[in-house]
Design a protein around this ligand. Structure first.
Ligand code: GLN
Length: 442
């Protein structure tokens, strides 16, 4: 179809053209590839693209399926068989996935075409994508700023019309925060809604896959495809999946929305405050009742998260030892030298910081004081939310206390970076199903 800027379309609008046979899936892939070629040298959203495989899939696509012929970009921490899966780490440079994640299988069943692996903070640890060992991703709205993270490549690709939609993963904000900083829609599903089989684990009691899209409807369409039970992930909920798009477009009469009083504190950027106020007014004018609620444990949420997430990461990342897959140090003297140098050379500094912190809080002398106590406070945080949800249907909250910041501005100060996760890290399931046992390390 001449005259239409295909890559600028939402998924829903693209589908209309595909179903009416006004464009072919092949034309869609070709126009998207041209857009990526035009903009991605500046933005750096993608780590790899397999155009040939995508073109083959496009030629076979059934456009009458729910996402028939729609290309979807994938964060490079989700396994797509035959494609690289680097987790933006030197530890997995050159590694290719040997199987498909369940979300990839489900996207294909819905007719979508996984196309392109996007940049991230190494092993999804970070909030700016600056911890990638591969490249810098820039915010398409202002190239001197970060796109957010860790799913910054997915967010930037969608914001730059270099993806129709993308998958990210969210442990403590990694879908929501980059979506907010890049001006797109990010949806973190409830833990268990989407199978994590084939997602490289960071903190297993928190990790969840979710969509980044141009519109809310598009997120609903992707959720309809990827949600649901999976026998390969024991944490995947065995509950019916609603039609996420069914209620879109209704007004908000009868809906009660909670505004946590601890969230509108000093230190929130004036632009963020203004955006929240505008959203509250809009929802109010659509009929929603706005009610103040309290989440008193907010001040502990960051500490709890950074104890539990690092503990789980230290256990999960033990597998990258140079024997099973990925990077292997050259000419090891013995097996300890192999492990030590492989990990020392393969991991970046943020990943090492977290492994060290996580190993420390699990060590026998500190397990009770840090890990176990954090598990208990996690339950208190959960109860705050449960109490709030007795009064309201949903909460309104900023995603990040600050808008997109400059590249290089915060990366040297990890604590400052962690503190900005305050609004996203408390959304979590009850006490970890995976309780890690005390380590014998001293
Ligand atoms: N920014 C948080 C962190 O660095 C969240 C990351 C994520 O959700 N993967 O841990």
């Amino acid at each position: 179809m001449t005259g239409t800027d295909l890559p600028a379309l939402s998924i829903a609008d693209l589908q209309l053209l595909l179903r009416r046979r006004e464009v072919s899936p092949r034309e869609v892939i070709d126009s998207l590839r041209a857009r990526i070629e035009a903009v991605d040298s500046e933005i750096g959203a993608y780590l790899s693209l397999d155009t040939e495989a995508a073109a083959k899939e496009a030629d076979k696509a059934n456009v009458d399926l729910p996402l028939g012929g729609v290309p979807v970009a994938i964060k490079d921490i989700i396994n797509v068989m035959g494609q690289p899966c680097t987790c933006a780490s030197k530890a997995l440079q050159g590694y290719r996935a040997t199987y498909n994640a369940t979300v990839i299988r489900k996207l294909r069943t819905a007719g979508a075409i996984p196309f392109g692996k996007t940049n991230l903070d190494e092993f999804a640890m970070g909030s700016s994508t600056e911890n990638s060992a591969m490249k810098t991703t820039r915010n398409p709205w202002d190239l001197s700023r970060v796109p957010g993270g860790s799913s910054g490549g997915s967010a930037a690709a969608v914001a730059a019309d270099a993806a129709f939609g993308a998958l990210g993963s969210d442990t403590g904000g990694s879908v929501r925060q980059p979506a907010a900083l890049s001006g797109v829609v990010g949806f973190k599903p409830t833990y268990g809604r989407v199978s994590r089989f084939g997602l490289v684990a960071f903190a297993s009691s928190l990790d969840q896959i979710g969509p980044l899209t141009k519109t809310v409807r598009d997120s609903a369409l992707i959720m309809n495809a990827i949600a649901g039970h999976d026998s390969q992930d024991t944490t995947a909920l065995n509950e019916p999946v609603p039609d996420y798009a069914a209620k879109l477009g209704n007004d908000l009469r009868g809906v009660r929305l909670g505004l946590p009083k601890e969230y509108l504190i000093e230190g929130i950027d004036a632009q963020v405050k203004a955006a929240i106020n505008a959203a509250v007014n809009q929802m109010n004018s659509l009929g929603a009742e706005i009610i103040e609620v309290s989440l008193p444990t907010t001040e502990y949420a960051i500490a709890v998260y950074y104890v539990l997430a690092t503990a789980e990461a230290s256990a999960n990342l033990a597998r990258f030892d140079g024997v099973r897959y990925g990077y292997r140090a050259k000419n090891p003297r013995d097996v300890l030298d192999l492990y030590g140098r492989t990990r020392g050379e393969g991991f970046g500094s943020e990943v090492k910081r977290r492994i060290i912190l996580g190993t420390y809080v699990l060590s026998s002398g500190y397990y009770d004081a840090y890990y176990l106590r954090a598990q208990k406070v996690r339950e208190l945080v959960r109860r705050d939310f449960a109490r709030a949800f007795e009064k309201v249907d949903a909460l309104i909250s900023p995603t990040s206390p600050v808008p997109a910041f400059k590249l290089g501005e915060r990366v040297a100060d990890p604590l400052q970076m962690y503190l900005a996760d305050i609004f996203t890290i408390a959304a979590r399931p009850p006490i970890a199903q995976t309780v890690i046992h005390k380590s014998s390390a001293q």
